[in-house]
Design a protein around this ligand. Structure first.
Ligand SMILES: Cc1ncc(COP(=O)(O)O)c(C=O)c1O
Length: 363
């Protein structure tokens, strides 16, 4: 991959290539142009756009998102950020599940993301739940050590795991499959904080099957800030209400729409362009970046529903081509002896990747 050529698609000052998409993301120039054009069009007639066009455009974009994350559109909703999506899930949890009485234990990583830790503590205080932080051995040699650490912290009262897909301060990819399998066996719920995963990892939520997953589109997928998604298991679709209750609560349910989408698509007047700017939907810029970026995804895994996932993967690879640092996080990273305490430098922890090494050399 020619990083220099790729970097030209962003408006960084001369001589600098911005690699830290993990903090707040950065959209490429062509995408910004696409977004400004759309904003101008909206300003031409905001009432028409927001009431007539937006619902259709969001439904189409959700279809494209579903392909990208290996999911069904019915189970997906746009949210402004991972923080928002996790707040919705944690604060609405009693609406979703009755099996979390006072004294239930929630497990999450001790070195998780501060905002998520705060949220879990807040939700626990409200409901009388107990937060237990799981510490991982250091240095970490093997994914099974993560599973063992959670198994070790488990008690009869453990009811919920809140798992980072990629940890913020250490760039570990948690082994979600065995952790979810363990939770299923022991009848606990799993909510995944996938803030960093879209764009860095191939996602196949239909196969992963946590109880809920939240991911950012504005970090490694380079959408404008304010773009994230929420995925929930089917039986939660009808029970999950957004944190902001608005028109969708009693808007007529037309064929093809659902209360879940009506409520999530409108949480008050806002700029909808970050949600609409999904790659593939605004084809102007992805095609330009295609020839210069590499496709680093693992091969298509065989799926239970071959046709659906057969068509997921090519589009996922297409999308991956314009990522800033597409990378194969196919195994858990050896925890490097580098003390990156801040989210902003989390990428440095993953520098065993030849791709990222090259990026650093380039800098
Ligand atoms: C693990 C993790 N969770 C959640 C978030 C929050 O993302 P946002 O600010 O987009 O809500 C971040 C942000 O970097 C993160 O690293």
């Amino acid at each position: 991959m020619d990083l220099q050529a790729l970097g030209l698609h962003w408006d960084s000052p001369p001589g600098r290539t911005f690699l830290n998409h993990g903090s707040f993301g950065l959209a490429p120039r062509e995408l910004l142009q696409w977004r400004f054009d759309l904003l101008r069009a909206i300003e031409g007639d905001p009432v028409h756009f927001l009431t007539q066009e937006l619902p259709l455009r969001l439904a189409e974009t959700r279809e494209a998102l579903a392909e990208l994350v290996g999911a069904c559109p019915e189970q997906l909703a746009f949210v402004p950020s991972t923080t928002y999506g996790l707040n919705e899930l944690l604060q609405r949890l009693p609406l979703l599940e009755s099996g979390l009485p006072e004294g239930s234990e929630i497990l999450l990583l001790g070195h998780g993301y501060n905002a998520t830790l705060n949220l879990v503590r807040f939700a626990a205080e409200q409901r009388g739940w107990i937060v237990k932080l799981v510490e991982l051995p250091w240095p970490l040699e093997d994914a099974s050590q993560v599973v063992d650490a959670f198994a070790h912290a488990w008690t009869q009262r453990t009811r919920l795991l809140v798992l980072d897909h990629i940890t913020s301060p250490s760039a570990l990819v948690l082994p979600l499959e065995p952790l979810i399998a363990m939770a299923r066996l022991r009848q606990a719920l799993v909510i995944v904080d996938g803030a960093h995963a879209p764009g860095l990892l191939p996602l196949w939520l239909d196969r992963l099957q946590p109880d809920a997953y939240v991911g950012n589109l504005h970090k490694w997928l380079c959408c404008p800030r304010g773009s994230a998604f929420l995925w929930v298991r089917r039986c939660w679709i009808e029970r999950l209400r957004p944190l902001v209750i608005s028109h969708g609560a009693n808007a007529p349910e037309l064929p093809g729409s659902s209360r879940f989408h009506l409520e999530h698509d409108w949480i008050g007047t806002a700029d909808p362009t970050p949600w609409l700017a999904l790659p593939g939907r605004c084809g102007c810029w992805s095609a330009k970046l295609q020839p210069i970026a590499c496709s680093a995804w693992p091969p298509t895994p065989p799926g239970p529903n071959g046709a659906r996932h057969g068509c997921n993967r090519p589009s996922l690879r297409r999308a991956s081509r314009w990522l800033v640092l597409p990378h194969r996080f196919s195994r858990i990273w050896r925890w490097r002896r580098c003390h990156c305490r801040h989210l902003h430098s989390w990428m440095a922890c993953a520098c065993s990747s030849s791709l990222i090494n090259r990026a650093f050399k380039f800098l």
